[in-house]
Design a binder for this molecule. Structure first.
Ligand code: FPP
Ligand code: MG
Length: 337
């Protein structure tokens, strides 16, 4: 394992996209704190944590949090801590998600459950949650503790909701958006809102920041779900085409299921049969989703949430910071280009 970590260390690039330039120093601090300052005592946990934070991740959430902090009054030490908390919770939830999905790949590298095992992965995810809680305590801000406690509950709620709707073609768009809000957008909203709270902004601005995070997060999940359909594993660094195969019905399938076309019924039957465990049936369902324009309609839905997010940063006066937040927002949809 030492050699894997050494290899990842050498390969690690600290090159951020241009629109992160205005916060690159603070982002470096977040990165260093995640990589070298978490307080694992056991050799094994130290090794796993190094592997996790060396093996990729774009630090998208910390960057949004820092940009919002800078745009609402400036970056304080507590914003750095909130950025770290956000990335720790996000990463912990992915470690657990990979166990649930028996996923083999994450961020272009083997998952913790593949490289070690499920039991160790549960503990490693819990350790990251523990570290997030320690940092939350350090903030000495009960409002932010409450926000993040609600996020942890929402993540579990969203994940269970997804589980209870597996292979259920009667899932509605409302179910899908509610689930995506819980499991993904709640964390984006929390970090944006917390940035404004720490800068003592008024309620109206805090609401805009929260709504920006919510819309951005929903768009992010829809795009992630489209990418699962249209990409291969190399491109997205994780198992591709796995949602529908595992019974997770996302925006592209939902649009296809809701189409008035006769072929929508065929998709419903295939899903209800759980594809009879046959690759052929699964491939047929995927083909029908494409034929009925599921991915294209899902993209339009993502764009509408991107537009919503953009409207919520119109209060920002500094043109450079507003520009950065708009560019980050648009970057989500550009992943589909
Ligand atoms: C990835 O989504 C997963 C999440 C965004 C949330 C997962 C949440 C849990 C496992 C609950 C655990 C939380 C706590 C607080 C114990 P995805 O499966 O759509 O994305 P992927 O394609 O990258 O896997
Ligand atoms: Mg998953």
């Amino acid at each position: 394992m030492k050699s894997v970590i050494e290899k990842l260390s050498k390969e690690k690039s600290t090159q951020w996209p241009d629109f992160f330039n205005v916060i690159s120093q603070e982002l470096e601090t977040v990165e260093e704190n995640l990589l070298v300052k978490l307080s694992a005592k056991s050799k094994l946990l130290k090794e796993i944590v190094s592997y996790i934070f060396l093996s990729g991740g774009k630090r998208f959430r910390p960057a949004i949090c820092l940009l919002m902090a800078k745009a609402t009054g400036g970056i304080k030490d507590k914003h750095i801590t909130v950025s770290e908390i956000t990335e720790l919770i996000h990463t912990a939830s992915l470690v657990h998600d990979d166990i649930i999905d028996s996923a083999k790949l994450r961020r272009g590298n083997e998952t913790i459950n593949s490289l070690w095992n499920d039991k160790i992965s549960v503990i490693a995810g819990d350790f990251l949650f523990g570290q997030a809680s320690v940092k939350l305590g350090e903030l000495e801000n009960s409002e932010i503790v409450k926000i993040y406690a609600n996020v942890l509950s929402a993540l579990c709620d969203g994940e269970i909701e997804q589980y209870s709707l597996l292979f259920n073609p009667s899932i509605t768009m409302e179910d899908y958006i509610r689930k995506s809000t819980s499991k993904t957008a709640s964390l984006f909203a929390a970090c944006c809102k917390s940035s404004a709270i720490l800068n003592n902004q008024d309620l109206k601005i805090i609401k805009h920041c929260n709504n920006f995070g919510l819309s951005l997060g929903i768009a992010f999940q829809i795009v992630d779900d489209i990418l699962d359909f249209i990409s291969n594993s190399n491109e997205i660094g994780k198992d591709a085409c796995s949602d529908l195969k595992n019974g997770v019905i996302t925006a592209p399938t939902l649009f296809a299921l809701n189409s008035p076309d006769e072929r929508a019924k065929q998709i419903r039957i295939l899903i209800e049969s759980r594809f009879n465990n046959h690759e052929k049936d699964f491939n047929k369902a995927i083909k029908l989703v494409f034929e009925l324009g599921g991915c294209e309609k899902a993209k339009q839905l993502a764009i509408s949430h991107i537009e919503n997010a953009k409207e919520n940063v119109s209060f920002i006066k500094d043109p450079e910071l507003k520009g950065c937040l708009l560019t980050v927002t648009e970057a989500i949809i550009k992943k589909l280009a």
